[in-house]
Write a protein that binds this ligand. Structure first.
Ligand code: HEC
Ligand code: HEC
Ligand code: HEC
Ligand code: HEC
Length: 435
């Protein structure tokens, strides 16, 4: 395990210099043929899961019936969307580019094939990339050949997280601003491993692992946290997306730093920020989580992220230049640590270490901010599934753990009336049930 960690550290030096293409550039670089082009009954439109093929073959049916992405364009026709668009002075939401960017496969007209329909919402090619160069050959070709032809590498946690986050957190070129939130858009929250398995049209079996490598939920949770933090720093560092008038973009800050009753008197110190009362805090939930991932494999790296985050928080109380400098330094560190995380195989012992590290932080009051508690709950879910996967839980223990994870989720059900103490208790109970 140590070796994998060191190997990862040298690998990442090789990738650090490469200027990556943005997600929307990668996704829209080829013609999009439309969902109908994938949905034939002998292709991805089977009604039942195939037993002989390496894939399910019923991807279209699963997507259409269970996956909210299939209805994301319809959402823009709802009364809620009308109200949001009206408050923003946008006209019809289903025609507003800013809404279509995330609620549909919004490629330019020149990139749309004959069967393409914007009404299909977030269709196959919004995630797998324009199919034109590979549709004819992809059944016979190897996975590597398909990737070379332009299929987007959704199995790669770094690439997948960038893809999902471009809509689930917003990115420099697909922004969700505080103005959009202010008009009534729901707050966004995302965790890579949890969301990958909410409505899947894929399974990971031996055949999958042979074609695409192994799936490790703890690794993907970790990579997803680093990606979310990097994505937020990218927005902060962007002179256009990161600022609005005299204020930095408020969507990057902890919503509940401003949105809570004045009578609550709920302020308390946090080591992770070192800030006093009455200061607007950047949302650091992903940075906080990434430290817990690292705690299991490299405590020195965890300390670097802690120090870098604290420096960034402190810099926000001095001036813009120091804030940007601290953001740049932290981003550089995270880019390296994300690659080492991707190359890490988390041993069974690390699962307990991660839970212990989360509980210790909760007891220190680090999860004062709702967004952090919410991320911690999703983290616990990923770690518990990994315990099961590692064969560390028998059936009774699995059931007991799951009940306690459900109670943990219940403790944060309402963002406006949750209690940090109840959350901490529920987290302790999960830890106590772990092997
Ligand atoms: C092009 C934008 C876009 C991309 C890319 C995208 N999503 Fe989504 N996703 C959405 C939108 C919009 C919704 C909400 C749909 C609705 O209810 O109208 C959504 C909803 C979801 C939901 C349902 C959430 C819930 O509360 O039930 C899950 C799960 C999800 N996405 C996972 C993912 C994952 C995993 C990825 C990356 C592999 C991803 N998404 C990539 C736009 C996107
Ligand atoms: C950066 C991407 C992004 C942009 C821009 C965006 N949305 Fe969304 N929207 C999402 C995602 C992701 C969700 C799903 C949130 C979840 O469930 O986790 C969502 C959810 C919604 C919902 C709630 C859907 C439900 O099922 O409850 C409405 C309504 C909505 N969006 C309308 C709009 C409108 C109108 C616009 C344009 C003003 C817009 N959105 C712009 C990403 C975006
Ligand atoms: C929100 C993003 C998203 C959308 C939309 C989407 N997929 Fe996927 N797809 C994924 C992810 C994530 C995976 C799993 C990771 C991987 O193996 O690449 C996947 C995997 C697959 C696989 C491979 C399964 C395997 O065993 O290798 C197929 C085939 C597939 N999708 C087809 C489709 C089809 C057809 C559609 C449209 C009906 C579609 N997908 C829509 C994200 C998406
Ligand atoms: C720096 C403080 C600050 C932060 C941080 C902040 N907001 Fe706001 N929010 C405001 C202000 C100020 C308004 C405008 C209130 C008004 O118009 O009366 C507002 C308005 C809103 C409204 C409209 C409320 C209404 O009554 O119409 C929503 C919804 C909202 N914000 C959501 C969010 C979300 C979600 C986040 C985090 C992603 C967030 N805010 C972060 C200060 C903040």
């Amino acid at each position: 395990m140590k070796q994998a960690w060191i190997l990862g550290a040298s690998l990442c030096l090789a990738v650090a210099g490469v200027q990556a293409q943005s997600v929307s550039e990668a996704i829209s670089s080829h013609l999009h043929l439309g969902v109908a082009s994938c949905a034939n009954s002998v292709c991805h439109g089977a009604t039942e899961t195939a037993t002989k093929a390496s894939i399910q073959m019923n991807e279209f049916a699963v997507w259409q019936e269970f996956d909210p992405h299939a209805k994301s364009y319809q959402t823009l026709l709802s009364a809620e969307s009308k109200s949001i668009a009206k408050k923003l002075g946008l006209g019809a939401a289903e025609q507003a580019g800013v809404c279509l960017d995330c609620h549909a496969d919004h490629v330019p007209a020149a990139q749309r094939g004959e069967k393409f329909q914007i009404e299909d919402g977030v269709g196959c090619e919004a995630c797998h990339g324009g199919a034109e160069p590979w549709i004819a050959s992809h059944v016979e070709a190897s996975h590597a050949e398909n990737l070379t032809a332009g299929l987007y590498p959704t199995e790669d946690p770094v690439k997948r997280s960038a893809l999902c986050l471009s809509c689930h957190a917003g990115s420099r070129d697909r922004m969700i601003t505080h103005r959009i939130m202010g008009a009534g858009h729901p707050r966004l929250s995302f965790e890579l491993d949890t969301f990958t398995w909410l409505h899947p049209h894929y399974t990971v079996d031996d055949d999958y692992e042979q074609r695409k490598g192994n799936y490790d939920g703890v690794r993907d949770w970790g990579v997803g946290q680093a990606s979310a933090a990097i994505n937020a720093l990218d927005i902060l560092l962007d002179p256009k997306a990161g600022w609005h008038g005299i204020f930095p973009e408020l969507v990057l800050f902890d919503c509940h730093a401003c949105h809570r009753p004045m009578s609550g008197k709920a302020w308390g110190p946090r080591q992770g920020t070192g800030l006093g009362p009455g200061v607007v805090r950047l949302n650091d939930a992903n940075l906080l989580m990434f430290r817990h991932v690292l705690a299991a494999v490299d405590s020195n790296a965890a300390k670097q992220v802690f120090d870098g985050s604290r420096k960034l928080h402190q810099a926000t109380t001095t001036d813009r230049e120091q804030t940007l400098a601290a953001a740049r330094a932290l981003r550089e560190r995270l880019m390296v640590l994300r690659e080492t995380t991707k190359a890490t195989q988390f041993p069974a012992e690390s699962l307990g270490v991660i839970l212990g590290s989360l509980v210790a932080d909760a007891e220190r009051g680090e999860f004062r901010d709702y967004a952090a508690a919410e991320q911690a709950a999703m983290a616990v879910q990923s770690v518990v599934v990994a315990f099961e996967g590692a064969g560390l839980l028998d059936e009774a223990a699995t059931k007991r753990m799951q009940q306690r994870v459900d109670a943990l989720y219940a403790s944060i059900e309402k963002d406006e009336s949750w209690s940090m103490l109840k959350f901490t208790e529920a987290l302790r109970a999960v830890r106590a049930a772990a092997p």
